[in-house]
Design a protein around this ligand. Sequence first.
Ligand SMILES: Cc1cc2nc3c(=O)[nH]c(=O)nc-3n(C[C@H](O)[C@H](O)[C@H](O)COP(=O)(O)OP(=O)(O)OC[C@H]3O[C@@H](n4cnc5c(N)ncnc54)[C@H](O)[C@@H]3O)c2cc1C
Ligand SMILES: *[C@@H]1O[C@H](CO)[C@@H](O)[C@H](O)[C@H]1NC(C)=O
Ligand SMILES: *[C@@H]1O[C@H](CO)[C@@H](O)[C@H](O)[C@H]1NC(C)=O
Ligand SMILES: *[C@@H]1O[C@H](CO)[C@@H](O)[C@H](O)[C@H]1NC(C)=O
Ligand SMILES: *[C@@H]1O[C@H](CO)[C@@H](O)[C@H](O)[C@H]1NC(C)=O
Ligand SMILES: *[C@@H]1O[C@H](CO)[C@@H](O)[C@H](O)[C@H]1NC(C)=O
Length: 496
Amino acid sequence: MRLLIIVCYLAGLITAQATAAIPDLFTCINKVFASTGDASKRLITPANELYTDARTGEKINDENYPIAIAYAFTTAEVPALLNCATRSRVKPTIRAGGHHFEAYSSLNGTLVIDIAHLNSVSVSSDRKTAVVGAGTRLGGLYVALDAYNTTWTGGICPTVGVAGYIAAGGFNMQMRSMGMAVERVRSIKAVLASGEVVTARKNYKDDTAYQIAKKFLEWAPKADPAFTSSIFIYKDQVEVTGWYLGKTQAQLQTLIDSSGFQSISPKNLNQSIVSGNCNTDASRVFGVQGGIFECQPTSPFITFALNAAPDPFTPIPGFPQYQYNETTSAPTVWTAPAWNRLKRKSKSFIIQKDNLMKAAAIKEVVKRIQSIDTDSGITAEWHAWNISGTASQDTAFAWRQKAYAHMEFTVRGSDDAAIEATRTKWMNDLEGYLRPQLGAASYTGYADSKISSNPFKSYFGDNVCRLVRVKRAYDPTNVFTNPLAIPPSVPKGVSC
Ligand SMILES: Cc1cc2nc3c(=O)[nH]c(=O)nc-3n(C[C@H](O)[C@H](O)[C@H](O)COP(=O)(O)OP(=O)(O)OC[C@H]3O[C@@H](n4cnc5c(N)ncnc54)[C@H](O)[C@@H]3O)c2cc1C
Ligand SMILES: *[C@@H]1O[C@H](CO)[C@@H](O)[C@H](O)[C@H]1NC(C)=O
Ligand SMILES: *[C@@H]1O[C@H](CO)[C@@H](O)[C@H](O)[C@H]1NC(C)=O
Ligand SMILES: *[C@@H]1O[C@H](CO)[C@@H](O)[C@H](O)[C@H]1NC(C)=O
Ligand SMILES: *[C@@H]1O[C@H](CO)[C@@H](O)[C@H](O)[C@H]1NC(C)=O
Ligand SMILES: *[C@@H]1O[C@H](CO)[C@@H](O)[C@H](O)[C@H]1NC(C)=O
C-alpha cells in the first residue's frame, strides 16, 4: 500500500513583521470559512475560552501563543488561509497531529493552520494506493484501510498525524524488511508558500536491564530483517517486544530460542510471551493504550482504540476543550477514547553501524535510568534498525543506511520547579555523556531543542545542503519555519 498525501506539505513570501494587519487577517479568515456558516467555531483567538486547548497539541506548551488557530475543513481552504496569513504578514504554522516534541506546530505570533479535519481516506480499486488527507491520524488511517483488507507501514501512536509522521521519515514496526513510511509515499499534493498548489512525486523505484539491553543491541539489529523489535527500559522493568512479520509462532519461537536471551539469569527475566497470528492492529497498539500486552487475533477494543478523532486529546484541566465536527476517518467504527496530553522531555540518539555502543556505556546509561525519580516515568525506548536493502537514497532521511539502532529517552515534565530542574539536569547530563560517544545522528521525529550537537547535522546528515537548496527554491523568504527547520541559507556550523 502506498499513500498519496493530499494537502499540504507547505514549502516556500513575507519579509516584514506583523503589525497592524491582524484585523484584516481575521476578516480574511472569516471569509474563507464563510461557506460552512460557522466561521466563529473554526477561528479561535486568545479572546476565546477555547484558546488554551486549541493552541495546545499533545505536548503541553506554556511558551507559545499563536495569534489564532484556524481549523481547515476542506483542502481548498488551506491555500486560502495561507494567503490570508501572507497578506497580513503573519507566519503560518501548520499542525497535523500536534505531536511535535517541542510543540513547534503552535508557535508564538503565528497563525496555526490546523488540518486534523482533513482526514478522509480513499482507497483505490486495486487496493494498492490510497489518497489520504494530510491531517489523518495514524490510528484512523489503519482502521479505514482495514475495511479494504489492506494496510501501510505506519507507526505506533494512533493520534500522530500522517503529515508530521511522514515528514520525519516514519519509523515503524515492519521497517527492517519494508523500510520507512516515507518510502511508501507516492506523491504529495502541497501548497507552496506562494499559495500555489502543486503535486510532488518522486521517481518511485520498487525497490535484567543492562544484560538484556546489551543482548538486545548485540542481537536484535542483526537478526532476520523480518523481525523488527524494541526494548523498553523503565526504572524497574525491562521489556523486549518484537514483530516477526509474516512468520509463524513456531518460527518466532525458534528465533527467540537462538537469541541468547535465555542465557541471561532467569531470575531476572519475566515470563516471555511468544504469540502468533496477532491482528496487525493489535500489534500497533501493543502496550500503547488500554494496557494490551498480549497478541490478540482480533478484538473490537483494538479497532476502537485506534480510531482517533480530529481533536483527540484529553482536556487541559481548567480549560474548556475545542471540538468541531469530530467525524473520524472510519466513521462507522466507534471513536477511540481521548489521548492524554503531557509535558515531555526527550532525547534521541542514533547508534551508527560503524560506531556501535560500548558495553560500559550501555551499563552507565541503564544505571542512570535506574537512578532518576520514579514519578518521572522514565522510558528508554530503543529500536533495532539496520534496515535491509539499498532502497531510497532519494529521500531526505539521512540515516537509513547507517543507523544500527535508535535510542529514545522520555521523562515527564513537572510543575514543581525543583523536580523540573532535576529532570532537566538528568537529560542534559545524558546528552553530555552520550553525544560525544555516539556522534550527532538523531531522529528529527523526536526533535530536541536542547540537543548539544548541530541539529541540522543531527537530523539531516549529509542531506543538509540539498535541503537548503530545495528550501531556497521553494521558500526563499522562509515563510514556513520553526527553530529547528531547514533555513533558505546555509546554517551556522554547516558548510556546503
Ligand atoms: C506518542 C508518540 C508516538 C510516536 N511514535 C512514532 C513512531 O512510531 N514512528 C515515528 O516515526 N515517529 C513517531 N513519533 C514521532 C512523530 O512521528 C513526530 O513527532 C511527528 O513529527 C508528529 O507529527 P504530527 O503531525 O502528529 O505533529 P505536528 O506537531 O502537527 O507536526 C510536526 C511538524 O510538522 C509540521 N507539519 C505538520 N503538518 C504539516 C503539513 N501538512 N505541512 C507542513 N508542515 C507540517 C508542523 O508544523 C511541525 O513542525 C511519535 C510521537 C509521539 C508523540
Ligand atoms: C511568546 O511570547 C510571550 C509573550 O507574548 C513570551 O512571554 C514568550 O517567552 C514567547 N515565547 C517564545 C518561545 O519566544
Ligand atoms: C476482506 O476479507 C474478508 C475475509 O477474507 C472478506 O469477507 C471481505 O469481503 C474482504 N473485503 C474486501 C473489501 O476485500
Ligand atoms: C544487519 O543485519 C544483517 C541481517 O539481515 C546482518 O547480517 C548484519 O550483520 C547486520 N549489520 C550490522 C552492522 O550489524
Ligand atoms: C511479570 O509479568 C506479570 C504479568 O505478565 C506481572 O504481573 C508482573 O508484575 C511482572 N513481574 C515483573 C518483575 O515485572
Ligand atoms: C461532519 O463531517 C462529515 C465528513 O467528514 C460530514 O459527512 C458530516 O455531514 C459533517 N457533519 C456536520 C454536522 O457538519
